[in-house]
Design a protein. Structure first.
Length: 312
């Protein structure tokens, strides 16, 4: 049985921040910032129902998303670059623990299937305190941790019991791609332990009678152009982790942000490339796989200049 610490407790660790593998050790409560450039208060760019996640996450009513600004990666192709790398964007608002808790309760009242924290790795402690607060006020929805996969297994261990559904990316096993495209050198070293910790905490994906996720792990992998071997290495890692793991193989890559500066990824994914990777997943015995149509390359691009960044 989970014994929840008294609120607040997690955010105290911002005084020597180690919530992600960067381990910057800066005092964010005193206004210092590390790689993510975010201080002691979380920055939020969008709160609302989102219908564009995987079917078990969005369901019929939508996922109750809270999009954090900032990131502990610097992906040159980031579809959310307006908020992940631009903290002055008009949609970005500082939110206290109490405000985050209230936002969760509003989403619950609006009929959300879950509370979906998008890009939480660098604001892990603020998120955790807000979850504790919201649960004390009547939040009962499953909590989704929707991250880029560059997380700290030790930090995730500290929030065991607060997260019901883990929805991480598995971006890279190719170190040069990680360095060139996301300014990270140890992603491949870290992510295996991250996925193992997540699976140990929540197990495999569990759905209710309406096929909406209640608990478990769902791993996303974005197939990138000219990245076939990287994708195959990622799938081998998942097969080694557990062949029953639920996977979302995403075809929605399109060259956004600074991708034009990198010729190998300055194009969309081809159907032949995507089919090669889906076939490879099946050859490894990975049967629990969601796939996307290539038309998703245009459908899922957000625009945070709009009140509703995502079209249904």
């Amino acid at each position: 049985m989970l014994i929840t610490p008294q609120f607040p407790v997690y955010s105290k660790q911002l005084r020597h921040c180690h919530c992600c593998p960067r381990r910057c050790r800066v005092d964010r409560l005193a206004g210092e910032v590390g790689f993510c450039k975010i201080g002691g208060q979380a920055l939020v760019s969008h709160v609302g129902l989102h219908h564009g996640e995987e079917p078990p996450i969005s369901g019929d009513h939508g996922s109750g998303t809270i999009f954090f600004a900032g990131c502990n990666l610097r992906c040159v192709f980031c579809q959310n670059h307006q908020i992940s790398q631009n903290f002055q964007h008009s949609s970005v608002t500082p939110m206290s623990t109490a405000a985050l808790a209230d936002a969760m309760l509003r989403l619950q009242a609006d009929g959300a299937h879950n509370i979906n924290f998008v890009s939480p790795s660098h604001v892990l402690w603020q998120m955790a305190d807000a979850i504790v607060s919201a649960k004390s006020k009547g939040l009962v929805l499953p909590i989704v941790y929707n991250s880029n996969g560059y997380d700290s297994p030790a930090a995730l261990g500290q929030i065991r019991g607060l997260i019901d559904i883990y929805l991480p990316d598995l971006k890279y096993m190719d170190t040069s791609m990680a360095h060139n495209y996301s300014k990270v050198d140890d992603y491949a070293e870290v992510v295996g332990g991250v996925l193992a910790e997540m699976l140990d905490q929540v197990g495999h994906l569990e759905l209710d009678d309406n096929d909406v996720a209640q608990k478990g792990l769902l791993v996303r992998h974005l197939v990138m152009p000219d990245g076939m071997e990287n994708s195959k290495q990622c799938l081998r890692l998942l097969a080694k982790l557990d062949r029953q793991t639920t996977i979302s193989l995403m075809s929605q890559y399109s060259p956004q942000h600074h991708a034009a500066q990198h010729p190998n990824i300055n194009r969309t994914l081809s159907l032949a490339e995507y089919e090669e990777i889906t076939d490879f997943a099946l050859s490894l015995g990975l049967d629990n796989v969601f796939v996307q149509a290539l038309s998703s390359q245009e459908v899922y691009l957000p625009d945070f200049d709009k009140d509703q960044p995502f079209a249904r």
